[in-house]
Design a protein around this ligand. Sequence first.
Ligand code: ATP
Ligand code: MG
Length: 184
Amino acid sequence: MQIEITEFPLDQVLQEVSRNFRMIAEQHGLRLIMRATDVWVRSDRTMLARILNNLVSNALRYTSKGGVLVVARRRCDGTVRLDVWDTGSGIAPEHQARVFDEFYRVECHGTNERDTGARRGLGLGLATVQRLAELLDTQVVLKSHPGRGSVFSFHLPEIPAQVVFDTPAEETPMDVTGMRVLVI
Ligand code: ATP
Ligand code: MG
């Protein structure tokens, strides 16, 4: 898979993910909230969207009441931390390390009615997520409380507050045309 690292506002990706799942969340009476500060990241946009689509899809699928919250926070070490929280079934400690394995599924999810029958997944979503995260030089970490919910977290490099040129700087050394100032 070809990696294409660019710089982009995280907001745009979160909005896209939100659009993909707004209807599903509404249909199931779940809240879906995205919260990002005005922050730009350096990453592969398509892969990041895939990671978030998978995590939000799981979060909604294994949650029967409450909802899902995606938060992006700038940290002082130059990274942005993304957390995908849910108030769902949670994952028991003995399964937590294994849910990232290919084809691994937790068979019993208690009260979640949507995790039944024909809609059963293959157990590939989180394996894909972790593989994509590795390609982006990061790792997805899970914390979960059975019966209360889960949070899947990872970090991305942030673009520090700076002046960014739309065209290569060496081509326009004295020209401010096309220059964009990031206020963050
Ligand atoms: P697929 O994603 O291939 O359609 P899947 O959702 O079963 O199928 P994964 O996304 O890899 O597969 O997840 C593996 C297992 O981890 C799931 O079957 C489920 O038991 C558990 N799981 C994943 N995300 C959550 C979550 N947010 N809350 C509770 N359990 C989860
Ligand atoms: Mg899945």
